[in-house]
Each structure stands twice: as C-alpha cells, then as structure tokens.
Ligand binder design. Structure first.
Ligand code: CP
Ligand code: NVA
Length: 308
C-alpha cells in the first residue's frame, strides 16, 4: 500500500511519473467540461474520504473535482462532526472503520504525527493534504505549473522569500532534491529552515542557499515564490513576525532582480500587501490561478499512484 505523505518518501522517478501523467491527463481533457470524467475512469465505483482539521478552499474543492474526473466520489468530513480519536472511539478504530467504507483517505492536520498514526491503522492509502510539516500536494502541483510555463525544472532556479521554516518551504526543499533544481531561500535568521530539513538537504545534495539578503535570493531566478507570513495555527507573535519579514515582501522591485521572464508563484490564500503586493500577484508574471487549477491535475495522478 502506498501513502503520499512527503515528497522525500518517493523517488525522483516516481515523482516524475506523477507529473507526466498529470500533463497527459490535463491535455487529454481539453474539450471536456470541468466535472466530466476522464474516458478511462480509473476511480470508477471508488470513493475518497477527506478529513479537514483546518480550513481549506483549494484542497477541498480540487480533490473533490479530481475524484469526479477520475470517475469516483468523495465524502468530506469535519473532525467535529465525527468520532475522530475522541470520546469512546480511538483514532485506530476510526481508521479501521473508514477503511471499510472508502478506498483512499486525504487528511489535513495540525499534527504530522496524526498522519502517521492514522496511516498505521488504515488498510487503504492516505494522502497528506497539508500538515504543520509539509504540503506535498501543493508542491507537486507547483512543479507541474512551473514546467507548463518554463519547461523541465531540472537545473532551473527558484527563490523562496519570507518564512523559511514552514510546511511549504520544507516540501520545496525536498522537491529541489528529487527534481534537481536550485533553491535560494531569502529569510531572516529567526525564520530560516530548521536544522532537521537542512541536514536532510545536505545528505541529499540539495543545491540550496539560505541568505538574509532578499535581493541575493531573487537575483537571476526563473521563479519567485512566497507564502503567508503567518501559517494556520502558527502560534507566534504575529505583529513581531510580520515586522521581521517586511523586507522579504515580493514587490515589483524584487521581481526586477529575477530573470525578465521569471514567474511568480503563491499557493494561496494570500496576505495581499504583506508577503506580496497586488501589483505582482495580479500582474503578468503571476501564475497563481493556474497553480490552483493544477491542484486538480496533480492530485489525480497522486491518487492513481497511491492505488496502483
Ligand atoms: N493552497 C492550499 O492548500 O489552499 P487551501 O488552504 O485553500 O486548501
Ligand atoms: N503555510 C500555509 C500554507 C497554506 C496553504 C499554512 O500552513 O497556512
């Protein structure tokens, strides 16, 4: 059984196959309506259960559409409305019951440990729909979007600005190893990538530069990425964190340092005029709405990878 918990769990070949399948499936359905099924319907008669411990717009809807396009159905659950490791039912028992009803689970959780714990007792695959540690589905969709615009990501360079120690930056570092791109992270000392991920990066020969200088990070890159300064459940002094990240804002001046045809990416939701200016996110270089759309296509191949 294959779980999709972290990019680092998969080989470069497996990840590449997921991206290539997404490209083929997206192009094959150019003339179909948004929720029409793919002709082969690989998920026909099957269902996905999704559990969200935290809010979501994109992950919730894109997985729902992905499952529909694959010919299956989805059930979206709120932990408050079910027995989910609470009261008289353990997480283990909930996992065993869900394994009887569905064919695959997607979990968005505040604790990465919940994914592992839940996964231990499930007899069906589980997909990480964002945890405090990583956001692998988003990064896979971002690789796909990058390649649609700029060709193979191998050898290309990406700048990550702002919070260098969150779920997105962790998954991006893992992806840099598996897809062989260069990464420059511009962030203050206080929000630099944690020791564990940097140790992993070293062991896995990731070409990553961490710098306090935002201009150095953005210089000559093919893509500039950022994320909300305050992640969901980020228990920090918000005002102090925002103040220390101010100079890492992606604005027109910073974008000018990147290659002239560089793209801007953001997983959304966005803190407008905080981590990015309206001018950049609404500008010509921004591909953020396509990133959101491509969640559907990348996740379809992730589901297929788990079930094959
Ligand atoms: N990018 C992303 O995961 O968005 P949601 O929080 O809306 O799912
Ligand atoms: N780092 C952000 C990503 C949102 C999709 C968060 O965890 O809130």
């Amino acid at each position: 059984m294959k779980n999709f918990l972290d990019i680092s769990d998969l080989t470069s070949n497996e990840l590449r196959a997921i991206i290539e399948e997404a490209k083929v499936r997206k192009s094959n359905r150019k003339d179909l309506n948004k929720s029409e099924t793919d002709s082969d319907q690989p998920f026909k008669g099957k269902s996905m259960v999704m559990i969200f411990e935290k809010p979501s717009t994109r992950t919730r809807i894109s997985f729902d559409i992905a499952v529909k396009q694959l010919g299956g159905s989805s059930i979206i659950l709120n932990p408050e409305g079910i027995h989910y490791g609470k009261g008289n039912e353990t997480l283990k028992d909930t996992a065993k019951v869900l394994s009887e009803y569905a064919d695959i689970i997607m979990l968005r959780t505040s604790s990465h440990e919940n994914l592992k714990e839940f996964g231990k007792y499930l007899s069906i695959p589980i997909i990480n729909g964002l945890s405090n540690q990583s956001h692998p589905c988003q990064i896979m969709s971002d690789i796909f979007t990058f390649e649609e615009t700029k060709g193979n990501i191998g050898g290309k360079s990406i700048a990550w600005l702002g919070d260098g120690n969150n779920n997105m930056s962790n998954s991006l570092i893992e992806a840099a190893s598996r897809f062989n791109f260069k990464l420059k992270i511009g962030c203050p000392d206080k929000y630099k990538p944690n020791k564990k991920i940097m140790l992993w990066a070293k062991k896995n020969n990731v070409d990553v530069l961490v710098t306090k200088n935002p201009s150095e990070a953005a210089k000559d890159v093919d893509c500039v990425m950022t994320d909300k300064w305050i992640s969901m459940n980020d228990k920090v002094n918000k005002k102090a964190k925002k103040n220390s990240l101010k100079k890492y804002q992606v604005n027109k001046k910073l974008m000018k340092l990147a290659k002239s045809d560089a793209i801007f990416m953001h997983c959304l939701p966005v803190g407008r005029e905080e981590e990015v200016t309206d001018e950049v996110i609404d500008g010509k270089q921004s591909v953020v709405w396509r990133q959101a759309l491509n969640r559907v296509h990348a996740q379809k191949s992730i589901i297929n990878w788990c079930l094959n």
